[in-house]
Write a protein that binds this ligand. Structure first.
Ligand SMILES: NC(=O)c1ccc[n+]([C@@H]2O[C@H](COP(=O)([O-])OP(=O)(O)OC[C@H]3O[C@@H](n4cnc5c(N)ncnc54)[C@H](OP(=O)(O)O)[C@@H]3O)[C@@H](O)[C@H]2O)c1
Length: 261
């Protein structure tokens, strides 16, 4: 059976990652599913093989650990046919920084920032050499609304957005696409893991996870660099970006501004 290419999905044992995997398998991709919960990955892989006939590999790995991360880097570097990487695995926090445990913050940065960076770095050389490939980086609306949740979580998602935009610039003309997806509140187990059940949030903020993933993939097909499924007024994002890019041209001055002298 012909394939649309090998896709590696992180955080595929639950939530959005499991749905990305399902949609990509249905669309004709062979897959590698990555997360810590090997039993959940095996169950999903069996279902996807039966439903779609695709080849589905399972990699049970803790991406916040050096050993787990290395194994997935090796997979990405070792295969010559990785068409797509979905950097979806992530953890959040609602705890104020002052009440947070330093170990928990370190693990959040290790997964949300370091793992996403190193997996992208491992996948890109092959994609650039073949002149084809797609990387989907799951950020969050807290990349912009940085005051909404734990500051390290918000900053980690701002990193994902900034890193993706910098890569889009660097990779222009090389045949490789990098998309940032900024979900808002989405109905997954993420909120229970945070200890902040969805029931505490306004019902009209909560997006169905299947709709979120379908919108992210629709954004990809539309050629969007940044997809924000919950933003109904796309011209507001365009204006924000235009303002940011215009501001960025104003910083190159040898002398401090008059107000600092
Ligand atoms: N849900 C929301 O409202 C929301 C909003 C904005 C952005 N996001 C982002 O969307 C992405 C997906 O979140 P979700 O809502 O689908 O969350 P979820 O249901 O909690 O799923 C998170 C996934 O990440 C995996 N994961 C967690 N720690 C890991 C580790 N150390 N190593 C490898 N895999 C790990 C989990 O699997 P294991 O436990 O098996 O490892 C699971 O498959 C995250 O990046 C999140 O920050 C979510």
């Amino acid at each position: 059976m012909s394939t649309k290419g090998y896709a590696v999905v992180t955080g595929a044992s639950a939530g959005m990652g499991a749905l990305f995997a399902q949609r990509l398998a249905r669309d004709g991709h062979d897959l590698a599913l990555v997360a810590r919960n090997g039993a959940a990955l095996e169950a999903l892989a069996a279902r996807l093989r039966a439903d779609t006939g695709r080849s589905v590999d399972v990699v049970a790995a803790d991406l916040a650990s050096e050993d787990g991360l290395r194994r997935v880097e090796d997979l990405l570097r070792g295969r010559g046919d990785v068409a797509m990487l979905v950097n979806n695995a992530g953890v959040g926090s609602m705890r104020p920084l002052l009440d947070s445990d330093a170990g928990e913050l370190t693990r959040m940065i290790a997964l949300n920032v370091t793992a996403l960076t190193r997996l992208t770095h491992a996948a890109l050389p092959g994609m650039v050499a073949r002149g084809a490939g797609t990387i989907v980086n799951v950020s969050s609306i807290v990349a912009i609304a940085t005051e909404m949740m734990n500051g390290v979580y918000g900053a980690s998602k701002s990193y994902v957005l900034a890193f993706t935009q910098a890569l889009q610039h660097e990779l222009a003309g090389k045949g490789v696409r990098v998309q940032a997806v900024l979900p808002g509140v989405t109905a997954t187990g993420f909120w229970d893991t945070l200890g902040h059940p969805l029931a505490r949030l306004p019902a009209d903020w909560i997006m169905d996870a299947g709709e979120l993933v379908d919108a992210a993939l629709a954004g990809l097909r539309r050629g969007e660099a940044v997809t924000i499924p919950g933003l109904h007024a796309p011209e507001r994002w365009d204006a924000h970006e235009a303002s940011r890019r215009a501001l960025a041209t104003l910083f190159g001055n040898a002398r401090p501004a008059a107000r600092y002298r």
